[in-house]
Design a protein around this ligand. Structure first.
Ligand code: EPU
Length: 329
């Protein structure tokens, strides 16, 4: 069902909006269609009113984080897309209540910058997030992380704007943080506070660089990908296995569908080849016009899932979120 998003939802609010807004520039993959309307609220009040109205009128509302874990359908998406990139939603507060060990970041703040700022100030606690592109809200929502820990390890409390338009604060004790999962109810993450500690800035910086170097040496960080495509599955023996390793062992590295390719470096990175379509017969004849790139990736995802299922009997679930027109967010 396609739902129109009338201007009366947002035109009187303290927001900026763009009709028929291209979403590709907002995602790491850099592909996909348009949003019927992209709205950037300047205040919590504007966001709250918008959320209430969308619920009242049954208009789908999606939140765009840093676009690091998102693949938008070629047809774009209906309803309202919200981006929290105005100053209010990117704020970071140090020494909350006069205490060095309390840090608060709003949902639209960039994780990469936060990690760098912590290192510079000699604040320890978030270095496990080094090299993970995300907004604070997006990272918390999926408990992003890696070999060195996840964001949940450092969370003190999370404020969530519920779909009913009410903001609730959940203390850490009430939240379950699991592998790429949290028990935080549906809604928009407005801010999170973190438990951090003072440390030597040089030691902090070294740790951040060490983690970043590990990632850089094992992953294709420059490619047009969204990090890992699949969650690491639990094997029949109960152990969590690297999806990248399974994809590698299934012989899928380097497999290509049009513009989409399994990284030859790390099997869980499914990237778009930026050079594809430029000056090669195969490229220009292939199914890889810009308009069909998301389809290429979807087909590649299925091929990888089929190969891993056939070899190991395990189902790979995507970690990347797919947005489709007509689908309820
Ligand atoms: N391996 C292979 N072949 C591959 C990929 C990996 O043999 O193609 C082996 C590696 O050599 C290593 C083991 O598998 O022995 C684990 O690899 P890695 O350390 O890269 O960890 P991962 O489980 O594949 C996870 C996260 C990454 C995170 C890394 C490092 C998931 C789905 N992935 O990958 O996160 O960067 O640990 O901390 O949890 C992401 O979430 O987007 C992401 C990339």
């Amino acid at each position: 069902m396609t739902v129109a998003s009338p201007a009366s939802l947002y035109s009187d609010l303290d927001v900026e909006w763009t009709l028929d807004a291209p979403l590709a520039p907002h995602t790491w993959y850099g592909v996909g269609g348009r949003a019927d309307v992209l709205i950037r609220p300047r205040s919590l009040e504007a966001l709250t009113t918008l959320v209430r109205r969308c619920r009242r009128d049954d208009v789908p509302l999606r939140v765009l984080g840093s676009g690091a874990n998102l693949l938008v359908d070629d047809e774009g998406v209906d309803g309202v897309v919200v981006k929290l990139d105005m100053p209010f939603f990117k704020a970071v507060e140090w020494n909350v209540d006069g205490r060095v060990e309390r840090l608060r970041a709003f949902g639209g703040a960039a994780m990469e910058q936060l990690v760098q700022q912590c290192a510079r100030r000699g604040v320890r606690g978030l270095e496990q997030m080094s090299g993970i592109p995300a907004s604070v809200g997006g990272a918390i929502r999926m408990n992003a992380g890696g070999k060195f820990g996840a964001i949940g390890d450092a969370v003190d409390a999370v404020a969530v704007l519920g779909l009913d338009g009410e903001v609730r604060v959940y203390p850490r004790e009430e939240i379950h943080f699991g592998y790429r999962h949290t028990s935080i109810p549906h809604g928009i993450i407005v801010w999170a506070s973190f438990r951090v500690a003072e440390d030597d800035p040089i030691a902090c910086r070294e740790r951040v660089l060490e983690i970043f170097a590990y990632k850089k040496s094992t992953q294709p960080m420059g490619a047009a990908s969204a990090g890992c495509m699949f969650r690491n599955p639990t094997m029949p023996d109960g152990k969590v296995e690297s999806a990248g390793r399974l994809i590698d062992l299934a012989g899928m590295k380097g497999t290509r569908v049009g513009a989409a390719i399994v990284s030859p470096r790390h099997g869980n990175f499914l990237a778009f080849d930026k050079e594809w379509n430029i000056g090669t017969d195969e490229g220009s004849a292939g199914a890889s016009s810009v308009a069909s790139r998301t389809d290429d990736m979807r087909r590649l995802v299925e091929m990888v899932q089929d190969a891993v299922r056939a070899k190991f009997g395990v189902e790979l679930e995507t970690e990347v979120v797919f947005w489709r027109r007509g689908e309820r967010p």
